[in-house]
Design a protein around this ligand. Sequence first.
Ligand code: MN
Length: 242
Amino acid sequence: MILFISDLHLSPRSPGATALFLRFLADRARQAQARDIRGDLFEAWIGDDDIDDPYHARIVTALRATADAGVQISLMHGNRDFLLGQKFADAAGLRLLADPYDLTLPEWSFVLSHGDALCLDDTAYQEFRTRVRAPEWQEKMLARPRFVRRLVARYFRWRSRNTARAVYADLNPSATDDFLRDHGYVTFIHGHTHQPATHDHIVDGIHVERWVLADWHEDRGEALVWDGEMLKREAIVFENRP
Ligand SMILES: [Mn+2]
């Protein structure tokens, strides 16, 4: 069984989602052989030296415990936590995946992505993405003192709140068709848009499914479960709430 999750946007300002995720790691996730995080695990990430922040240390320790229990955890960068690096991956016991990633199982094949690279209609965002994903930009950024990086992260959040629409731009349809063709018409799983849905694409006469993962909220998360035969959405909620 594989559990796919995405867009948790964890931060000290989201205690509910954090508690849900910690519970999920200690309980539901342990029943899986593998667990895959499709990006934006954190609301912001300013560099792996921030692992020692008490909030981050709690998450890293919990991920590590689940990994040590025999669950293979993999993580892809989102547009918020693209500075997550190998030091974080080693500490948390997980594997960083390239975006996109072809997941070939004996019984079915998938292509995984965060999804933001296909949102081509948002040209301002694509310019920003190209800039901050460049190794030179990242190297320069990571060399800055932590307090400077915190301010930059805060500015990015502020700017995206003020200039972006309430929801992210959706994937560009023709770029998505090209993407599905390039990846052999396999089932596509992504997050990022915060618009959970299952889409049917017909590409070159072939039916291809695209599953969009839900983002997490203070009282509810979602996992997409692959049980070896089919995909199913599962709500992650507090069970003993009055
Ligand atoms: Mn995102």
